[in-house]
Design a protein around this ligand. Structure first.
Ligand code: DBV
Length: 257
């Protein structure tokens, strides 16, 4: 019997979801934080639809896992499984803006054309050394190690550059057994390294001044409106769930503060 989720911190239950080990690891790593559920309307917590053609129907399941803690305004994961059409884990952690901390962002996407895999500790203020240096000096060595084992993902849009660090791990892989191995042997440990570094930074962080926290807040708002405006999943979600649901999900659930 599939369990019914009442809140965003209930375990996600999507059979055969490719990215399940990543979310399971993440939630385990967050065990020492006291988690509060996010108030997400049930329509966005879990939703299943059938699309595709009559002869080849595709079941699409989407679930949203998320919480807030003493350090995080919002941590949320989009979990999507549509069989051979798509499998996604999109994960964002948004710290309270009275800590000088980056975002943690992951986009693990499997489409019929292949896997798109992105991981980063994304800066709130890219040109502010007090914000970036302590992160980048520890992130870049991890990046250099793991990226050297992966094909380069290629250019990202110029307008996206302010939101990425030099430790942006980014690759594209074809579908198949070899890539499944790479996901297991490279992407999983890279994800663990990045997330562990992130949690170390969170543990070490101390509160900043009110005036600086306002600057951080502006930076967070600009990042989130960029993500909402340019969400690469918009077309796919609209195809599966329609425009009204998708716009509300993107603007009011995924990238709201
Ligand atoms: N991306 C999201 C959300 C998704 C999602 C909320 C619900 O922000 C999935 C799911 N990303 C998703 C899908 C695609 C991409 C692509 C479905 C494929 C779109 C398509 O080809 O139709 C990283 N993700 C991408 C691309 C980049 C990223 C650079 C390619 C975009 C393009 O080619 O136009 N997203 C980007 C990123 C982070 C992120 C670096 C954070 C680390 O979340």
């Amino acid at each position: 019997m599939p369990s019914i989720r009442n809140t965003s911190i209930d375990p996600v239950d999507i059979p055969n979801w490719r990215w399940d080990p990543f979310l399971t690891y993440t939630i385990q790593s967050l065990s020492r934080f006291e988690k509060k559920a996010l108030s997400i309307p049930s329509d966005f917590l879990d939703r299943k639809v059938t699309t595709g053609s009559r002869s080849k129907p595709v079941e699409v399941a989407i679930s949203t896992w998320g919480c807030s803690t003493n350090h995080f305004k919002k941590i949320r994961a989009v979990c999507l499984e549509a069989g051979s059409a798509a499998s996604v884990l999109n994960f964002v952690a948004i710290p309270f803006n009275d800590f000088d901390l980056p975002f943690f962002g992951a986009d693990l996407v499997t489409l019929p054309s292949g896997h798109l895999l992105a991981l980063d500790l994304q800066p709130v203020l890219k040109n502010d050394e007090a914000h970036t240096q302590k992160v980048w000096e520890r992130l870049i060595p991890l990046h250099d190690h793991w990226q050297s084992l992966l094909p380069l993902g290629g250019a990202i849009p110029k307008e996206a550059e302010p939101y990425f660090s030099p430790g942006f791990l980014w690759t594209k892989l074809p579908l198949g057994k070899d890539s499944d191995q790479i996901i297991h042997k490279v992407i999983m440990p890279a994800y663990i390294d990045y997330f562990n570094l992130y949690l170390d930074l969170v543990n070490e962080s101390t509160k900043i001044s009110t005036s600086r926290s306002k600057i951080l807040l502006d930076g967070q708002k600009s990042y989130l409106s960029y993500r909402a405006e340019k969400d690469p999943a918009r077309n796919m979600l609209t195809r599966f769930y329609g425009r009204k649901w998708t716009e509300a999900y993107i603007n009011e659930v995924l990238f709201s503060l």
